[in-house]
Write a protein that binds this ligand. Structure first.
Ligand SMILES: NC(=O)c1ccc[n+]([C@@H]2O[C@H](COP(=O)([O-])OP(=O)(O)OC[C@H]3O[C@@H](n4cnc5c(N)ncnc54)[C@H](OP(=O)(O)O)[C@@H]3O)[C@@H](O)[C@H]2O)c1
Length: 346
């Protein structure tokens, strides 16, 4: 199968590079590749040899602005391209790209996102972005958004979504369950590269609040980010501390988490960090779950989502898989790229 619609790649970090790597085998055509410093825009299509060269230089640490047009020049070239051609804009930045996305949609482009930020602004902006593909934003390559839309589109009603949507937090709690102190488990997760450079980012739960909001909005609930009930695993204030100081401070939480876990164990349960979405709203925090439940059984950094609907009641629908990482995120992007290319190519 071939994608006959040309692409522009906004962002060329871990995920963007994974997509460029797939480009040759899938015969994807790119009209532009940009990072935060500028990039290459070519309405005639960037030849595969040039793309491979850009990818390998970028991997060596060279900015795309040095390999193509720097800064504002690249942005102007991209805006002109959006007016002159039609294609798919693939946003794999972590920036507020809404002005670009709105321009692209108005000019008849399709849009595919791994970037959550444009989807968690005001509800009205989410509505303006209703045609974009955003499978990769929650659960990476797990076809979660596709499944929810298929369920809703077939007249089912989604009553409750429970997601173990952070591989990092899932790993930490499984380690604590195995007897490790929480603060030590965080150090181990860091050493394995499972956390952001500053682990306070993961422990704040902020990314999970965004994912929960995206799921709720997919169900049609007009909620705002401030309305998400979020219980952080560590105080967001810790983000201001240097990493070592932050890790030292976490030791004060070891005993409290151990006490909560022992309490859950006495009831035959265990603790997991769960995002819950229902008509009552979005909540994210520590929950006691059955030790045999799919949420408790997630391995390593796996994501698990349990979906209760009018038709899937009693025996809920369960989706599981790698919910992060460039390859899995790229799989999610490709689901949307192929789907939207079919509609645009008609
Ligand atoms: N990694 C994952 O497992 C995963 C999973 C699901 C979703 N996501 C989401 O996917 C996105 C990308 O993740 P990543 O891991 O690839 O991040 P990353 O490695 O930090 O890459 C981000 C890229 O965006 C570029 N960028 C930033 N601002 C830009 C702007 N205004 N215009 C053009 N490019 C800009 C950066 O440019 P420079 O190279 O010049 O810095 C960089 O190339 C994020 O939104 C992330 O939340 C990631």
């Amino acid at each position: 199968m071939k994608v006959r619609v040309p692409l522009v790649l906004l962002g060329c970090g871990r995920v963007g590079q994974a997509l460029l790597e797939e480009a040759a085998s899938l015969d994807l055509q790119f009209l532009g590749v940009l990072d935060s410093t500028g990039g290459v825009v070519d309405g005639g299509g960037i030849p595969q040899g040039r793309l491979s060269q850009l990818l390998s230089r970028k991997r060596e640490g060279v900015a795309l602005g040095e390999l193509g047009v720097p800064g504002e020049g690249a942005t102007s070239a991209l805006l002109a391209l959006l007016r002159e051609r039609r294609g798919l804009l693939v946003d794999v930045t972590a920036a507020d790209t809404r002005p670009f996305l709105f321009s692209a949609l108005e000019a008849g482009w399709g849009v595919v996102l791994a970037n959550k930020l444009p989807l968690v602004g005001p509800w009205e902006d989410f509505r303006r972005l209703s045609s974009v593909g955003y499978e990769a934003t929650v659960g990476a390559g797990i076809p979660l958004i596709t499944t929810l839309k298929a369920l809703l589109g077939s007249g089912d009603e989604v009553h409750l979504i429970q997601g173990g949507l952070s591989g990092t937090l899932g790993f930490l709690l499984a380690e604590v369950e195995r007897g490790e102190a929480f603060s030590q488990a965080v150090r181990r997760a860091m050493a394995r590269g499972y956390t952001e450079p500053h682990p306070a980012e993961d422990l704040s739960g902020a990314d999970l609040a965004r994912k929960g909001l995206i799921l709720a909005r997919t169900l049609g609930l007009p909620l705002e980010l401030e309305e998400v009930e979020l219980e952080p695993l560590a105080s967001p204030a810790g983000r201001g501390l240097p990493v070592e100081g932050f890790l030292q401070g976490l030791r004060a939480q070891d005993a409290e988490l151990r006490r909560r876990l022992e309490g859950a164990k006495r009831r035959g349960l265990t603790l997991r960090y769960v995002v819950e979405v229902s008509s009552a709203g979005v909540r994210a925090g520590l929950r006691e779950v059955d030790r045999k439940s799919p949420l408790a059984r997630a391995q390593g950094v796996e994501n698990v989502v349990v979906i209760n609907t009018r038709r899937f009641k009693g025996h809920p629908l369960v989706l599981a898989g790698p919910g992060a990482g460039p390859a899995s995120t790229c799989a999610g992007l490709l689901l949307d790229i192929f789907r939207l290319a079919r509609t645009l190519g008609r």
